[in-house]
Design a protein around this ligand. Structure first.
Ligand SMILES: C[S@@+](CC[C@H](N)C(=O)[O-])C[C@H]1O[C@@H](n2cnc3c(N)ncnc32)[C@H](O)[C@@H]1O
Ligand code: SF4
Length: 383
């Protein structure tokens, strides 16, 4: 039986960060018992549709799932374990914001069954945190990291770099402090301007000036060098881990495995009746809630994916990984042999130019230069 991961989206936040285009919303109050019941009902819906499955990872993402009552997380986990088989070494991650109120509940989340947290630290500098519109300061972030280290064997935190005005020296200092606090995993994202955000408005008006390409590239290179030196190389474009410390749930996405999405706006990729399906839920929180209470699920799309499209998606995901694509799992997940999914002329050229390399098992991976221009590489190689 092929394993699946379960993604649970919690769409609420204390405040909306000006750079963020995730499905996150601020609400004065919510009726949490109602929400909890809806997540459990949607799990039952998928049990009826998917039948027996083995769950190897669960990821509570957001939004800010650490704002949940830990009893809600426990109730959702309990339902998953009642309807499917969960493996003994299952990875259960919760995205947490580093406000002290949330860090104070880490122990309760551990008791609820969470065994890994990913903390949205974003910066270890108060002025950068103010610029990013965050509701925490650097000391709270340090406290949350210490609490994570105390209660969880596995934890990670996120930083955003390449902020306006940030130079190499400032980023090196921040990264060094991060490394002194880190566990097995760090996610390091360059700030991107996403459509529809407050930062996009400011950027369009010339009131937010992003680092130029040369500075961004220098900061990226510094990151790669520094992280390789401490044996935490990038296993994916923005994700770094010591050996064995990669996030197994996220690896499932990048390896084009099967996962179920629960909650507002969640999407999934599932195997059912010998085909691969794309699923998507209603995005607005109250629309999803009303749909689950009415129909038992908030799904608004469930479409089969043609093998060609699956192959393209799997290339897009797999080339993000440092290890690249294993031909056997590619064929199994997409129904298309890797060689048939590739434009052989383009591959030859990209290998010669140093953007792509062949693996010993006949798979492919993008080189460091290739990952920097990944969209162009994928556009060129997909047959
Ligand atoms: C779903 S979000 C956040 C989870 C949590 N609510 C938080 O803010 O800490 C996951 C991560 O994506 C990153 N991120 C979100 N928007 C970004 C942007 N525009 N540029 C760079 N990184 C971004 C942040 O590091 C964030 O922690
Ligand atoms: S970055 Fe995190 S806390 Fe901020 S609005 Fe987005 S999901 Fe919410």
């Amino acid at each position: 039986m092929k394993p699946i991961g379960v993604y649970v989206h919690w769409p609420f936040c204390r405040s909306k960060c000006p750079y963020c285009d995730f499905n996150s919303h601020v609400r004065a109050t919510i009726d949490e018992a109602r929400w909890r019941a809806a997540y459990r009902r949607e799990i039952d819906h998928w049990k009826a549709r998917l039948g027996e499955r083995v769950v190897t990872s669960i990821f509570f993402g957001g939004g800010t799932p650490s704002l949940m009552d830990p009893r809600s997380a426990a109730a959702i986990l309990e339902r998953i374990a009642e309807v499917w088989r969960v493996t003994d070494d299952i990875e259960i991650t919760l995205e947490a914001n580093p406000n002290s109120a949330e860090a104070d509940r880490f122990r309760d989340f551990r008791t609820a069954g969470i065994n890994r947290v990913s903390i949205g630290v974003q910066a270890l500098d108060d002025s950068a945190l103010r610029f990013l519109g965050r509701a925490h300061n650097a000391d709270e972030a340090r406290g949350a990291i210490a609490a994570a280290a105390k209660y969880f064997e596995r934890f990670s935190f996120d930083l955003i770099y390449a902020l306006p005005g940030q130079d190499r020296a400032a980023w090196r200092r921040e990264l060094d402090e991060a490394l002194s606090l880190a566990g097995e995993h760090l996610s390091l994202y360059q700030l991107t301007i996403e459509d529809g955000t407050r930062f996009a408005q400011l950027h369009a008006r010339g009131e937010l000036v992003m680092p130029d390409d040369e500075t961004s590239a220098a900061l990226f290179d510094l990151t790669q060098e520094r992280m390789a030196r401490v044996a935490m190389p990038a296993y994916e474009i923005s994700n770094h881990a010591h050996a064995g410390g990669a996030c197994r749930h996220n690896l499932l996405y990048w390896r084009y495995g099967s996962y179920l999405g629960i909650g507002p706006g969640a999407h999934g990729r599932l195997d059912r009746d010998g085909r691969r399906w794309s699923t998507r839920n209603a995005r607005a929180p109250e629309t999803w809630l009303a749909a689950v209470e009415r129909d038992g699920h908030g799904s608004i799309e469930e479409t089969p994916i043609a093998p060609r499209d699956a192959a393209r998606e799997a290339l897009l995901m797999g080339l993000r990984l440092d290890a690249g694509i294993d031909p056997a799992s590619f064929g199994e997940a997409t129904g298309v042999a890797l060689e048939d999914a590739l434009d052989q002329t383009a591959i030859g050229r990209l290998v010669a130019d140093g953007f792509v390399q062949r693996r010993a098992d006949g798979g492919i991976s993008a080189t460091a230069s290739g990952r920097r221009v990944l969209n162009a590489v994928i556009a060129a190689i997909a047959a």
